[in-house]
Structures are given as structure tokens and as C-alpha cells.
Design a protein around this ligand. Structure first.
Ligand SMILES: C[S@@+](CC[C@H](N)C(=O)[O-])C[C@H]1O[C@@H](n2cnc3c(N)ncnc32)[C@H](O)[C@@H]1O
Length: 219
């Protein structure tokens, strides 16, 4: 994933039509920006944006947002999004720790965590994006029928995530230790990292989870 530094990346991002720099002003009114009342799905740590380009094409009646803290991959993601000519996708240069600056409580219908950094050292466990502090923030921003989808190649991050999810009072409603050979394989949309790991013959761990108080009748 390491990309060469692009000194112009910040300027290019701030002027790109799909990159939203005034995200604080959109907080609570993303529907207005997209000019519809479609559900809002947010991918956390978008990287180079393959998933979002494909997902926004496959599901035009969803509003898609990619959040990424590093400018260079995000710039590539915005360009990939632009190539699709889809109007239902936007990109935020934003650290996930500041999510609440961009989204109002209850505004997000789904979060995706795709191949998040596993932070394998024990002392770094609070940096893992499924640490209970992060789950609390996601829960606050999710709508009453909202959910979280996680995919990873890392068995240790997966196990940690399952424990944190359960400890946080969430419910796991779908789960596979080998997504590509599961009942969800057919509708799965792959990410860049996913293709890399699956290409090496590695299984992809998958789960979908909802905060327990939420109504999951339609999931
Ligand atoms: C391993 S890559 C996966 C990229 C993509 N989701 C995929 O599956 O191909 C993880 C991405 O998450 C981003 N990321 C990690 N921590 C983040 C944070 N706190 N805020 C925003 N992005 C973050 C990294 O910069 C990187 O682009």
C-alpha cells in the first residue's frame, strides 16, 4: 500500500469534486448533499477505493462515503470514483478518531471495516478499529437499523473483534471464517487487499454485527 508521497496531493484533494473538505458543515445533512434520502454507507479506511467504486455502481440507491487518513491513496480513490461517473459517492480526508465531526448521531446506516490495520502488538490494542471505544463511537452514529461489516485476513484481529463486539453488547448476525467459500461469496464486493490475500490462498474472515438494542428484524 505504501505510495510515493505526492506533494500536490493535499491541493488536488481539496479541489477534487468528489472530495468533501467542509465535512463539518455536512454533518447531519448528508442527504441534502446527495439530494435524496437513500441510506448512507461509510467505508472506514478506504485505501485506493476499489470497493467504493464497485459498490457505488452496483448499488446506485445507496449513498457511499469513503473515509481515509492518508492523502495519496485517497486521491487515487477519488479518481477511481470519478471514472465511474456515479453521483452517489464522496470521499473524506479524515482520521476515524474524528468521525463525530463529520456525522451526526444516527446518521449512518452501515460502517464497513475492510482489512483494517491489525496492530498486532498487545500494547497497541486500543488502536485497533474494533476496540470498544471505537465501537461506542460507531454505535452512537448508527441509525436504529444500522450495522457494521468487517472483513479481514487477520485471524487475531478477527478474534479480538469478536470479543470486543460481544463485550460491548453487540450481536453478531452473520459470520464466516472463509467468506469466499460461504453463502455470502456471491454478493461479496472485493477490496484491493482482499484480492491480494485471497490470491495468496488465505481465507477471508467476515462478520456483520448490530448493537443489541437495534431492531435487526430486516437484516
Ligand atoms: C490495510 S489498508 C486497507 C485498504 C482497503 N480498505 C482495502 O481493503 O483494500 C487500511 C487503510 O486504512 C487506513 N486507515 C488506518 N487507520 C485509519 C484511521 N484512523 N483513519 C482513517 N483511515 C485509516 C490506512 O491509511 C489504509 O489506507
Amino acid at each position: 500500500m505504501r505510495l510515493r508521497r505526492n506533494p500536490q496531493a493535499i491541493e488536488l484533494l481539496t479541489t477534487h469534486p468528489l472530495s468533501v473538505t467542509n465535512y463539518e458543515e455536512q454533518k447531519g445533512s448528508w442527504k441534502k448533499l446527495f439530494d435524496n434520502s437513500h441510506p448512507l454507507y461509510v467505508e472506514l479506511g478506504t485505501g485506493k477505493g476499489q470497493f467504493l467504486a464497485k459498490a457505488s455502481t452496483t448499488y446506485p440507491n445507496i449513498n457511499w462515503i469513503g473515509v481515509e487518513k492518508i492523502q495519496e491513496p485517497l486521491l487515487l480513490a477519488t479518481r477511481k470514483g470519478e471514472e465511474t461517473e456515479n453521483t452517489n459517492v464522496r470521499y473524506l480526508w479524515l482520521d476515524i478518531v474524528k468521525l463525530q465531526e463529520a456525522f451526526a448521531p444516527g446518521e449512518v446506516d452501515r460502517f464497513y471495516l475492510h482489512f483494517s490495520d491489525p496492530w498486532p502488538k498487545a500494547r497497541h490494542f486500543k488502536r485497533r478499529l474494533t476496540y470498544r471505544g471505537f465501537l461506542k463511537a460507531y454505535e452512537n452514529l448508527l441509525s436504529p437499523t444500522g450495522d457494521l461489516i468487517l472483513k479481514t485476513d487477520s485471524e487475531s484481529l478477527y478474534q479480538f473483534s469478536v470479543e470486543e463486539i460481544q463485550e460491548s453488547g453487540w450481536e453478531i448476525i452473520e459470520q464466516s471464517n472463509d467468506l469466499h467459500h460461504s453463502q455470502w461469496a456471491e454478493t461479496n464486493i472485493t477490496t484491493e487487499y482482499e484480492e491480494k490475500f485471497a490470491g495468496l490462498g488465505m481465507p477471508i474472515f467476515y462478520l456483520k454485527s448490530v448493537p443489541k438494542h437495534m431492531d435487526c428484524k430486516n437484516k
